[in-house]
Design a protein around this ligand. Sequence first.
Ligand SMILES: *Cc1c(COP(=O)(O)O)cnc(C)c1O
Length: 353
Amino acid sequence: MLDIKVTKTANPKAKPEGPLGFGKVFTDHMFLMDYTEGIGWHDARIEPFHDLTLSPACMTFHYGQTMFEGMKAYRGADGECWLFRPDMNAKRTNNTNRRLCIPQLPEEDFVQAVRALVSLERDWIPTAPGTSLYVRPFIIAADPFLGVRPSETYIFCVILSPSGAYYASGLEPVGIWIEDDYVRAVRGGMGFAKTGGNYACSLAAQVKAHDGGYSQVLWLDGVERRYIEEVGAMNIFFKIDGTVVTPMLNGSILPGITRDSTLTLCRAWGIPTEERRISVDELIEAQRAGKLEEVFGTGTAAVISPVGKLRYKDEVFTIGDGSIGPLSQKLYDTVTGIQLGSLPDPCGWRVRV
Ligand SMILES: *Cc1c(COP(=O)(O)O)cnc(C)c1O
């Protein structure tokens, strides 16, 4: 158990009114903990939200030795506050840390830090439909040093941001750009890790997709540019001729918690599922044969994001009639129902704050 020292703000902010958007408003407090080689993690504390003061030589600025997580706290109709599978975020943190030579963080300490901060800030959890309190834990290398090696000091920080409904008016299908030039990750690289560098290298393709009128990029594998990997910040699923297919975890895609929950639910419902390699050619063939029934992304932000349109090279494919598929809708309703406490939780995914 961490001994968390709490310093409360003397000047609580007014809660935002009107549409929240995403990631712009922060709550009154933050969690901080330091790591020093030879000592380990120390000085767990909650402090008023404030800027960090770092040397311009801080290693994280130069070499990107950093990681992050993303999760949400929800308030149910009965006023209860919930987290969704926080143990999975804690486990993934350590998988990311291993790849980036960041020290391990005990899973129970990660979960305790998040719970303590969310509990203190529970009045910041918005209640309008679709809204939640976004939780952003992250670790940065802190040594003021320009040499290249793992840092000997780190900062673990958790900040919270009330966020608006991802969909303003119910689920809406998105258009996706299949990127055939830039790649995001290769096997042996750090594609499975939640780290800033994976996002930095995705921006050029994202700009290209946006300029083309598409909201997200679908990445192909980094070697042959043939096999489907994942979407920007979501994993991708296809329903082909009654079977739910998603790319297997091969080291270059992010093992999403929503991906895992989706597979678990589909299996419980008796829908055949496959985690395997799937090529863009197979996908287009299925589409041409009328067998591509649904396409959707999965991730904490959108939960389930139905895809209405795919673009590959110069062709545009409309999935089904371009509207939301029944499986996408059922998954969205079920996952959000479990998250908010309005549906039974047979797998024990919900954790009370
Ligand atoms: C976070 C993330 C996902 C989705 O993971 P969830 O745990 O479901 O939120 C998918 N792809 C990438 C690249 C991500 O960073």
